[in-house]
Design a protein around this ligand. Structure first.
Ligand SMILES: [Zn+2]
Length: 489
């Protein structure tokens, strides 16, 4: 076993691993102080379960629809004194809401067809099924509110959800989403376009109050205004997608996928744009700019720039035909179809891009697997599992300086079941360019299967090697079973 490190980009000091006695001394030195200096930090001790490396699409999302039609005393009309702006025949409003509810599953699902704008056979990643519809002929339950000075009352979502027994739907009937049809009026009802309840909190386009019943798994709630058209419903829905993808990786989604807010005005190229601002936007809500702006969205590449093409509203439609068929609606479908979806072959930081619809299709699974828009890969290498006091290190376990935790999975098999594993690193300080180490970064107790997880974030470059902890008096190498270590992000 060589005692020198030979990789050209590897620490060149040739320092051997410390002898067994030395390991103990270093361990004591580090006890209670965390790891050295700099920005290296350790995440949660482990992952509760292995994660999937591939998409589970297509997802079938169960939807509960709730409608609020407050009626006048004769029962014939919508009570405009409640809604503030919607009145007239209850029958016609109900028919309009039914028609929009019928269209939404198709429109939203169409948005999950990766590059469906140019590939009519692209399969959807998400489909929707209406599980149940509950209609109230009473006003939306409200509570006093100071969040918005225009609206002294806001929707009481806890009561709304409790009244329909939401947890039974979530736990027994596959409901992941609730679509509420209601009203706002100029001052009548402050609604949240989307809300979320679940084990990971309230990641939504709302005040994020965490005020709905907890049902053990995540569900989202949308409030659509039936005084407006289906385009606004998709608009509200897509803000929830923005909230979820931002939560997973704000930089990749906001900065790299969506790009600048007003590319046309700023005289910069657009990426794929946001709900409010297409790649040729001059200002907010500019879905109908006939002038083109260069954008790489049709060839979007997160690692650089794809091929630029002129993008204008003619790309989706410039034609105004009411809020059920307008540039906004067509843009939003086009925009969703550019999310890296089923069958995408993109990579980012060398990792395969996941199907982003995994996030919305099964939010809990996606978060549990790690907050990332790239997929978990299992790239095992045995070379970084040390049996001796000399390493080895491996380029496969080089930790680049980057934000966010990188998760590693170590599988030493039954030979290391329940044993304490030591993680040793060389660290390169960017200021001096010098390597320091090896240093004991941390320890992990392997499971009864010999598996351990490490979540490591580093502001500098680390080389990592893992081995079982040796008894202080040991002169024999520790032994591994059939072994592997790999990047698990
Ligand atoms: Zn908006």
């Amino acid at each position: 076993m060589s005692r020198r490190l030979s990789h050209p980009d590897r620490p060149s000091s040739g320092q051997p691993w410390p002898a067994a006695g030395g390991i103990l001394a270093v361990s004591l030195l580090l006890a209670g102080t965390g790891f050295l200096s700099g920005a290296t930090s350790l995440g949660p001790v482990g992952r509760p379960s292995p994660v999937q490396a591939v998409t589970s699409a297509p997802y079938s999302i169960g939807v509960l629809v709730i409608k609020y039609f407050p009626l006048t005393a004769d029962g014939q009309n919508i009570d405009i004194s409640v809604t503030g702006d919607v009145g007239g025949s209850a029958a016609s409003v109900e028919a309009n809401v039914a028609a929009m509810t019928d269209r939404l599953p198709q429109l939203l699902s169409q948005g999950t067809e990766y590059r469906g704008y140019e590939n009519p056979t692209a399969p959807p990643s998400v489909t929707y099924r209406i599980v149940d519809t509950v209609q109230f002929n009473t006003p939306v339950p409200v509570i006093p509110s100071t969040f918005n000075s225009n609206y002294p009352m806001r929707a009481d979502y806890h009561t709304i959800m409790s009244n329909v027994g939401i947890c039974s739907y979530v736990q027994n009937r596959g409901v992941q989403e609730v679509w509420i049809w209601a009203y706002q009026g100029p001052h009548q009802l402050d609604i949240s376009e989307s809300k979320m309840s679940g084990p990971y909190g309230d990641i939504s386009n709302s005040y994020r109050l965490n005020d709905m019943p907890q049902c053990g798994r995540t569900y989202t709630v949308y409030t659509f205004n039936y005084g407006r058209g289906v385009a606004l419903a998709v608009h509200s829905y897509d803000h929830q997608l923005e909230a979820e993808l931002t939560y997973m990786d704000a930089h990749l989604f906001r900065d790299i996928f969506e790009g600048p807010n007003y590319p046309y005005t700023l005289h910069v190229m657009g990426r794929c744009g946001s709900v409010h601002n297409p790649p040729n936007a001059r200002y907010e809500y500019d879905w109908r700019n006939p002038a083109s702006n260069p954008s790489d969205c049709n060839d979007w590449n997160p690692n650089g720039l794809g091929t630029l093409q002129p993008i204008s509203c003619a790309t989706w439609t410039c034609h105004l035909n009411g809020e059920n068929d307008d540039p906004q609606l067509h843009y939003l479908i086009w925009w969703m179809q550019h999310f890296p979806g089923l069958g995408n072959t993109l990579t980012y930081h060398g990792l395969p891009m996941r199907n982003w619809w995994d996030v919305h299709g099964d939010f809990d699974a996606a978060v549990r697997a790690g907050r990332s828009l790239t997929i978990q890969i299992w790239a095992p290498t045995t070379s970084a599992l040390g049996n001796t006091t000399t390493g080895p290190f491996s380029s496969a376990t080089k930790i680049q300086s980057r934000g966010g935790y990188i998760t590693w999975r170590v599988d030493g098999g039954s030979a290391v079941a329940n044993q304490l594993l030591e993680v040793w690193v060389y660290k390169k300080y960017s200021a001096s360019g010098k390597w320091e180490g090896p240093t004991l970064l941390t320890t992990r107790r392997a499971s009864s299967d010999g598996i351990a997880y490490l979540n490591i974030r580093s502001g500098s470059v680390l080389w990592m090697s893992v081995r079982p902890k040796l008894p202080s008096a040991s002169t024999r190498p520790a032994s591994w079973g059939p072994t592997s270590i790999g990047l698990w992000q």
